[in-house]
Design a protein around this ligand. Structure first.
Ligand SMILES: [Fe+2]
Ligand SMILES: [Fe+2]
Length: 253
């Protein structure tokens, strides 16, 4: 029978206690990160619903955008394609953050008058100027939050999406007229998702378009309105989007 060495036993107890303390610390850190994630999910959801409730009281557009962004971004990661001078290449870790935050893209529409937002018909030039302001207003709201909580990554992503989701790959968009990879990648992905969803669903001012016609329009705008690599990923999986049944769960499989 092995002889019990008191010094050796004390060392083993100390090592066990250290391992337990380390495990406890890891659990606590995980718990606080999880509750932080839940908290920012709740903020995103509430804010996004607020902006969206005026022209889509079901909030389904936001759910679909989240699903579309998640699917397109995952496909981009899977394809592993990236522009040679991409300043912020996509990683798997960023996909969820981007998809979640994409729901805030139109938060600035809180400032757009109903008479413009819900107008059944073409907007005048002056109304377009007001409509386009939602990008800057959204950025200002989220940027004010970011200054208060600079450690919150999702606010950084949200600012980029709100400001740049109407920029065009060829520089013809708004509000800044950015082009190519100068437009944040998250905003380039949201742009494709947002246009596809807007085309395929009814709004106060237009009827819904068929899936294949919407896909054709998006493909035809590759390199003009949209980033060709985002369109490539979108096209590869576009059949999943038919019939509007896109949800993150359905597409993550
Ligand atoms: Fe928008
Ligand atoms: Fe939208």
């Amino acid at each position: 029978m092995a002889k019990t060495d008191p010094e050796h036993t004390a060392q083993r107890i100390a090592a066990l206690e250290a391992a337990l303390a380390e495990r406890e610390a890891r659990i606590q850190s995980l718990e606080s990160r999880t509750s932080g994630t839940e908290a920012h999910r709740a903020v995103i959801y509430g804010f996004a619903q607020l902006a969206e409730s005026r022209d889509d009281d079901t909030g389904e557009h936001l759910q679909r955008i989240r699903g579309l962004v998640s699917a397109i971004a995952n496909e981009m990661v899977r394809q592993g394609h990236s522009h040679p001078n991409e300043p912020d290449p996509l990683t798997a870790d960023q996909v969820d953050l981007m998809a979640e935050t994409s729901q805030l893209h139109d938060i600035g529409k809180v400032s757009t008058p109903d008479a413009i937002l819900l107008k059944p018909g073409r907007l005048t030039d002056d109304e377009w100027v007001q409509m386009r302001r939602h990008t800057m207003v959204g950025f200002d709201i989220l940027n004010a939050m970011r200054q208060q909580w600079p450690e919150q990554d999702f606010l950084d992503v949200a600012c980029r999406i709100a400001l740049c989701h109407h920029e065009n790959w060829d520089g013809g968009g708004y509000p800044l007229g950015l082009s190519g990879v100068a437009i944040p990648l998250c905003a380039r992905i949201v742009s494709v998702a947002d246009v596809y969803d807007a085309l395929t669903h009814r709004r106060a001012y237009k009827e819904a378009m068929r899936h294949e016609d919407a896909v054709r329009i998006i493909v035809s705008e590759s390199g003009r309105k949209f980033d060709p690599l985002v369109v490539q990923a979108f096209s590869a999986i576009s059949e999943h989007f038919r019939d509007g049944g896109v949800t993150p769960l359905r597409l993550s499989a």
